[in-house]
Write a protein that binds this ligand. Sequence first.
Ligand code: G6P
Length: 372
Amino acid sequence: AAAEKDGFDWFMLKEIAEQPKAVADTLLGRLSDTGALVLDELRLTEQELRDIDKVFVVACGTAYHAGLIAKYAIEHWTRIPVEVELASEFRYRDPVLDRSTLVVVVSQSGETMDTLMALRHAREQKAKVLAICNANGSTIPRESDAVLYTHAGPEVAVASTKGFLTQVVACYLVGAFLAQVRGVKYADEVAAIVDELRALPEKVTEVLATMEPVRELARSLATEDTLLFLGRHVGYPVALEGALKLKELAYIHAEGFAAGELKHGSIALIDQGTPVVVIVPSPLSRESVHGKVVSNIQEVRARGARTIVIAEEGDEDVVPFADHLIRVPRTPTLLAPVVTTVPLQVLACEIAATRGLDVDQPRNLAKSVTVE
Ligand code: G6P
């Protein structure tokens, strides 16, 4: 078993380390030299893709967080409305679906029963179903109209890491491809995004090379009983994912919040010493939410929080308010989750290991849940 882990203590650590290659494999053969996307494998005709007037992204657990990120990218690049929904809620609420609806189901295993039932429901309503999946030939892609495999390789640890990162990248491919086929307003931006996608594996490698201080920080957090995660824009789903990882692995109460919602309730939770992880958007982000998130760090710190700040290299505004600063490489706003998620994976993994827990097989969880 030690050999299977390539010398790592846990499969999860091995899979975290494999992420640059996994992301590269998701992109492999799908980006042309001319800046176009090549997704012939989609099996949906260009006409079908042009007729789409609504997208649903449906998934469970970590894959649902990838879907939340997809919404920001797909809506921005294509101007098609996107809804993201938990598979276990989707069909029971009688969603409005027809021939021109694209339902993107996201599942690492391709066997999650809730997601499978949602996909069957969508197809009964004549929607087109595209699966983003890792496990080749599994049930979900077999029953879908089209499939985009993530090619992350087998994921053994129950908590998804490379599975998640590659789902996010596959969602970008779908969004950029829809934009390309439909020739929309942001076409130039899509060509630029293709270049930025190519740069992602190297950026993940850079993040991984700087994780030792994060491990040290994790060891100092191992006795905490609650951690809060704040993010805004695509940093919000990253906050949710960071909190989920910590719950799954370390059995510590954790919650992710939209940073803008802080003042509407959750700020009441901040007490002396409460650890708060903040995912800061790029200072260059067009949405100009950077300054607002910096204010949020100040606000929680003024109320006693111990701030753990994830910010881009060169972002000096955060320095005075960060008790701990984790740097990530400069990345376009929409793609930032591919780098900002990685320290949160390492943090959760190391906290769990410090607590003496089984990182790969957390209690009460299964890798793939095949019951509804
Ligand atoms: C299980 C796993 C989660 C995973 C979820 C969805 O609950 O423990 O880690 O995110 O299923 O899995 P899927 O294979 O559909 O992505």
